[in-house]
Write a protein of this length. Structure first.
Length: 207
């Protein structure tokens, strides 16, 4: 998107979606993104959780990993993830994004789309542990994929971004209340992509 064409490493350009929902973008936030992609592929503990859908068990169509401050738990898609610390490379990235946004993120969820057949369906990151109007920072590595959004109460109202490797997308304000987002299949895309979403589980939700 041309709106986001220029960006210094520690800057964001903001796009108002509907007055109360904002997206921040820096398409070139992680410069050594291919090497971080490789490192995370090799070093993270990847799982393919199963979820219940209409009474049947299904493996999610991608791989997951989860890190964060020791003791923090996060329930996502019906799966409880438990954090047990940060790999050094993710700790560095978390600190960098925290100082850009002033957020205090304490977890990161990783999704590895092994090729264009791996996807994420429409959803919002509106778990109660994140509190109202959570700010979520999403870093993409590897292949570019479409990130599609639709308004909850007017599904014909859509937005679409191409999330390139190295980009940082920030969802803020009422994005999770007003909009749903998804990563659709990409026919013919053979290269992989890792997406990292930094989130802050509220202190009162940490046992
Ligand atoms: O892969 C992406 O860009 C989106 C990931 C996402 O929405 C999530 O982890 O909740
Ligand atoms: Mn999400």
């Amino acid at each position: 998107m041309d709106l986001f064409a220029t960006a210094a490493p520690e800057s964001l350009e903001w796009l108002e979606l509907d007055g109360a929902s904002r997206l921040g973008m820096n398409p070139r936030y992680v410069t050594d993104q291919q090497s971080l992609y490789q490192q995370l592929c090799e070093q993270c503990v990847w799982t393919q959780p199963e979820v219940n859908l209409f009474g049947k068990r299904h493996k999610v169509p991608r791989l997951n990993a989860f890190y964060g401050d020791v003791g923090v738990e996060y329930r996502y898609s019906g799966v409880v993830h438990q954090a047990s610390g940060w790999p050094p490379s993710l700790q560095v990235l978390r600190r960098r994004i925290d100082s850009l946004l002033g957020t205090g993120f304490n977890t990161v969820l990783l999704n590895w789309y092994r090729d264009g057949g791996d996807t994420m369906g429409y959803h919002a990151d509106n778990e109660k542990e994140l509190g109202p109007q959570p700010t979520i920072a999403s870093v993409s590595l590897g292949a570019a994929r479409r990130f599609v959004m639709k308004r909850r109460n007017a599904p014909a109202t859509k937005r679409e971004l191409l999330l390139e490797g190295g980009s940082l997308l920030v969802m803020a304000g009422r994005v999770q209340e007003e909009w749903l987002h998804a990563v659709p299949a990409s026919r013919g895309e053979m290269a992989g992509r890792i997406n990292l979403t930094f989130r802050r589980v509220l202190p009162q939700c940490i046992r």
